[in-house]
Design a protein around this ligand. Structure first.
Ligand SMILES: Cc1cc2nc3c(=O)[nH]c(=O)nc-3n(C[C@H](O)[C@H](O)[C@H](O)COP(=O)(O)O)c2cc1C
Length: 184
């Protein structure tokens, strides 16, 4: 019996003008698509124009669209950038705008910052636990000093490609396993 491919969203965590997250997300997507093992897509939270949670009546179409997008995904790769030793406010707000759509899915993290975005990534892991998202171990960490030129042009070192594939191996395995919980 042919099984359907998993749908994996590569979520861009930053929204500011001049952000580098689209470069990192497209690089991850290009590596992922060479594998042919899942449907991979960029999910840009900026496109949903989410308000700040609790400041509106919640009828903005982007809120429903965001939840529908997440509901259609089996797993995630978060592109995480470090802002004041944590994730961006935009990503936290977007995470908070959904609940059941996150449950029983898997996620990998690719982060960047002066120390590879490690502190932000660890904060995100704590958040994901509350939402029943199983975050995998392998975690490519990109340095603003050595993987970017002038902190803006993404030039990743070769070694990261292996880590991205290892992270995706884990995301695919766990996304497939957790799908059985959602369909049983
Ligand atoms: C508000 C703000 C706070 C930041 N704080 C940190 C930090 O604590 N640690 C760090 O490594 N980089 C920090 N940075 C640098 C960002 O990681 C860097 O600018 C990165 O490119 C941001 O991702 P983006 O371009 O996708 O927005 C900060 C940047 C901003 C805008």
């Amino acid at each position: 019996m042919a099984t359907e491919k998993l749908n994996i969203g590569i979520i861009l965590g930053s929204t500011r003008d001049g952000r580098v997250s689209p470069q990192v997300g497209e690089w991850v997507k290009a590596i992922a698509e060479q594998r042919g093992d899942a449907n991979y897509e960029i999910v840009d939270i900026a496109e949903f124009q989410l308000p700040f949670l609790g400041t509106t009546d919640g009828t903005e179409p982007g809120i429903a669209a965001w939840n529908e997008k997440l509901a259609g995904l089996d797993g995630f790769v978060f592109i995480v950038q470090e802002y004041n030793h944590s994730i961006t406010g935009a990503l936290k707000n977007a995470v908070d705008f959904a609940r059941e759509a996150w449950f029983n899915k898997a996620a990998g993290i690719v982060s960047y910052g002066s120390t590879g975005g490690a502190r932000a990534a660890e904060h995100l892991r704590g958040i994901l636990g509350e939402l029943l998202v199983a975050d995998v171990r392998t975690h490519p960490t990109l340095s603003l000093f050595t993987d970017f030129e002038n902190f803006t042009v993404f030039k990743p070192a070769e070694l990261h490609q292996k880590n991205v594939n290892e992270m995706l191996d884990q995301v695919i395995a766990w996304s497939g396993a957790l799908k059985t919980l959602r369909t049983s």
